[in-house]
Design a protein around this ligand. Sequence first.
Ligand code: F6P
Length: 364
Amino acid sequence: MKKVLVSTGGGDCPGLNAVIRAIVKRAQRTQDWEVYGSMEAFNGVLRSPKEIIRLDDEKVAGIHAKGGTILQTTNKGGPFNWPVKKEDGSWTTEDRSDEMIDYLKREGFEAVINIGGDGSQEISYQLFEKGLNVIGVPKTIDNDLACTDYTFGFQTAVDIATDAVDKLVTTAESHHRLMILEVMGRGAGWIALHSAIGGGAEVCLIPEIPYDINKVLERLNSRYEAGKGFAIIVIAEGAKPKKGSVVARKSDETGYQNVRLGGIANQLSDQLKKAGFDHDIREMVLGHLQRGGIPIAYDRVLATQFGVKAMEMVINGEYGQMVSFLHHEITSVSLKRATEEHNFVDPQSFLVQTAKGVGISFGD
Ligand code: F6P
């Protein structure tokens, strides 16, 4: 029997379990591949004792409808940046990639499927360059991975954010308030843009279009003057004013390299009050609710296609590639290309034009 190892890395995302299940089910149809899972991204391979489990029918039964990942995950450390405590109590990192690759080869793993976002796919590419047979599967609610139109998990996050807008509308309307909803997405405004259109917001602020507070105020005033005594703003966590910067803080969690975004909704609220907006404002940060719970059917289907495709690429030995959904086709692209850039909202796109066409202001 040949062995393939599956890993889920980075932030969790609805649909991860559907990918795992599809890989296992497709592998079973070959009769000659066995699937294993590394717990908590590649930590399961790097830890002693190893935390590697066999993934069979029983393990994956019914998991396509479950959120999170049965393999657990982490967005800290990894084989190239393994956190090590120094004698003085401070932390440093160690490159343990060679040791990990040697171990996997010695144990007879012929291939690795790494399901993850941009950081995880950079790891996939680096491991592939070092001689490991890796296939990447693009995952993230942010939809910011290049060379794929969609990542699984994104549509579920959009549904959750749109549902939040719908709920905020009824309370905003009752109190004649402005409600500001802050959504995730890091440097990409996809969740904000989709939920602003889907929920019918008046203003949508995204990282790709820095905003002018006076333009935002203009749109709100025209809304209130027209007699509609309430309004909704959807703002992406990575949005910033024209002459300002993102609201972020460094994390003190060991091995966590990203900055933690969050807080722009409160900042915007203060800016609006200073600029003269004189109606009540409430802010809401939707946060991790966008990643929790069950994946919607769209993401289960996309994730299942990604899993089957990844396993077929293993069977065919198409390594160094990332599964992708491009122009309605499930296909693949090189990990090199996929990790060279990001997928951001194009301010000139028809989606932005659509939002503007229905009166949504970007504060530009
Ligand atoms: O990348 C997915 C994401 O949910 C981002 O939208 C968000 O900024 C980040 O992860 C949050 O990370 P953490 O779960 O580490 O707080």
